[in-house]
Write a protein that binds this ligand. Sequence first.
Ligand SMILES: Nc1ncnc2c1ncn2[C@@H]1O[C@H](COP(=O)(O)OP(=O)(O)OP(=O)(O)O)[C@@H](O)[C@H]1O
Ligand SMILES: [Mg+2]
Length: 448
Amino acid sequence: MTPYRQLIALFAAFRRQQFLLLSLILTETVLTVSIPFLIKHLIDKITESRGREAIFQLGLLIIAISLCAVVINVIQHYQWHKLRLMSIKHLRAMLFEAAMKKRAAFLKKNHSGDILTKIIDDGVIVAQHLSIGIPMLIANAFRLLIILVVMLFISPALTLVVLTVVPFYYILFNYLNKKLRETSKQERVGFSGILNAVQEILNGIDTIKLFNKESFFSSIFSQKLDGHFHFVKRNLFFNSIGTGATTFIITMLPVAILLTGSSFVLEHSLSLGGLIAFYSYLAYLYEPINNLSDYQMGVQTALGSSDRVFDFLHHDVEPEDGGAIHIDSIQSIEFRNVSFAYDSAAPALTNLSFAAVAGDKVAIVGRSGSGKTTLINLLMKVYDGYDGEIFINNIDIRQISRSSLYKRISLVEQNVFVFEGSVKENILFDNRLEDAEVEEILRVSQVK
Ligand SMILES: Nc1ncnc2c1ncn2[C@@H]1O[C@H](COP(=O)(O)OP(=O)(O)OP(=O)(O)O)[C@@H](O)[C@H]1O
Ligand SMILES: [Mg+2]
């Protein structure tokens, strides 16, 4: 199965809503498309000077159908957006969960701005497309088909005029779509660069102020904005050409139809009602054509993002708990000939061996970059691509479950993680402790 298909499968829960939406749209289409046809009959009745009674009845029917179409349109509009928003929520939750399950090494290596863009932005694009894209495609293809059939029924010759435009339209949009796909990918990359920069610069704002380097970092940020804007502009350019082509057709086609059609009316091969109905159907044509080309463009953007989303959902996932053996205490720690390199070129640790047993107090001292943090990261199973062996209680840590290891190790890092909430919540997370125990924690850690 391609990644794209696998992503569609993630939205299986929304099938029922998709089906409901599709039924609503199809019903609305049948109702609205019937209106110009009925108007044709109304005008034909007027030009043929039929009785008021018949004209009045037909008028009432048109009003009733229009009212039904409006009601269904409102429901459809609501359902459409509800489905869109629900699926965005669904995918964002999945992406966030995937982020939590990533290997720590992955999270350390990837910029959080990039991850943020994936969860917030790519999630929206892909979710919208996957949830409403397919119903939209079917609905518009159906709408287009039914309108063309009715047009053919009214006047095959005029329909032919309409159909000559289609190939040009198709070739142009194919070209634009390709361009759009390229630029929107680059635009996404630029956007995550902006998020990264904001985060990085704000993190270091105290230092930046201390050294009076605000304008230096402002200019770095401006460069990021410029780089991103370049692709936004290109994207806009191709979009505008697309809109321009559509507008040209929307303006020219009715004139062509009126001119050609009027000669048919004069020759009595088409009734006046027929020409007016055909003319009205032209207006019905643009919406599905526009929607379909929107869909085409949407597919391109969504495909660009869906690779990113799919990779994010499925790659670098932490192996479940990373080992089967549970430990309830740490009696000994031993590094035996451990070597490790982040990038293959420069090793961070070379042939490190040492041992410590319960009760020992060990200080690891070394100049900056000598590998102290790396050592701790290996002990914490953050990276597993090292040579040699690390033992706890004479068990290779590769076989020890991560959660049992973390229960036995306290790690105080330079950067503390404080989340939005009370101090108590920051201490407890979802653990349940008596107030006296919390008091004791506060006392020991000198928070109080
Ligand atoms: N995520 C990383 N990617 C690539 N190289 C890294 C990474 N983290 C550390 N290094 C490199 O590995 C080596 C050891 O770094 P480490 O952070 O373990 O040193 P340290 O002893 O903790 O230094 P400090 O006293 O400054 O905290 C250094 O050369 C460092 O540049
Ligand atoms: Mg360090």
